[in-house]
Write a protein that binds this ligand. Sequence first.
Ligand code: TYM
Length: 331
Amino acid sequence: MKRILSGIQPTNTLTLGNYLGAIKNWVGMQHESECFLFIADLHALTNPPEPEALRANTREVAATYIACGIDPEHAAIFVQSQIPAHAELSWLFSCLTPIGWLNRMTQFKDKSGKDKDAANAGLYVYPILMAADILLYHPSHVPVGEDQKQHLELARDVAGAFNRKYDVEHFKLPEPAIFGPATRIMSLRDGSKKMSKSDASDMSRINLTDDADTIANKIKKATSDSEMLPDNLAALEGRTEARNLINIYAALADITPEKVLAQFAGQGFGKFKPALAELCVEKLAPISTRLHALMQDTAALDALLAKGAARANTVAEKTLVDCKRIMGLLV
Ligand code: TYM
């Protein structure tokens, strides 16, 4: 049986990008897999949020997983900081990770801004914590969006470095699972930027809590072009925004982008956008209704997270102790 592991940072409400690039694929894989799905609150601290907002967002991400269709009876849904092994294994891995590997990470370059010396050390060692998140659970697959690819490669490199250093076959290399038409959903305002929950402009994204009018308005105002839609994908080359809207439609409708074009070829965005808005509302309304209901009972959510943490902890603790033993620490 496959074992999947993935997580999302609790920074703001989740977006359509998080849903289509990650959660929807987890939902599709969950019944053929053992699932460890967590809320990456330690990672969120690399851009320290307000404590109350972090608490609320952590619960909201858990509720979002369930609202999108993850079965909490089947999957272990848990909060990263409630499993001490994540931070501990991260230290052990830090001592095996060359600084040169971290210097290559594009996320640090993007997020640290102009003054690299002022960026916090957490942002720099973030990929090592992510390697620990992954390898603690010995997953066969890690389903994520395209932007996480480099981090996954680093996790595989760390696993290899550990095995080589101690001459063991302790870690199998986890496979990235990056698939479907929505591996990289772009901003609705700027086709060169990915849709992000931390973008300053709310109009750049669709939040999973947006109501029908908001969704329709954001899609109406989304950047597009004045050309007609072609009947083949090659002809969309260079039309980034158009391609993005086609991808979103395909992912929501569970069809290929080619099929979407077959349906809308020869039509302009005046026709396509209302159809996309309608589909988006149809698919997202049940999620936001469910999410809202789940958020009304935080005690039930916390109980569910405690159950998930207990399940995750058993697996994580064993990996940590094995690693410590292999490395020569007294256990
Ligand atoms: P995060 O919180 O930025 O994003 C969570 C998931 O959503 C995917 N995603 C997207 N997919 C398609 N289009 C987009 N515009 C888009 N935006 C986000 C991401 O690829 C991701 O799958 N570092 C991770 C969290 C993390 C993690 C892990 C993930 C920490 N430890 C271990 C997997 C395994 C992050 O910041 O994701």
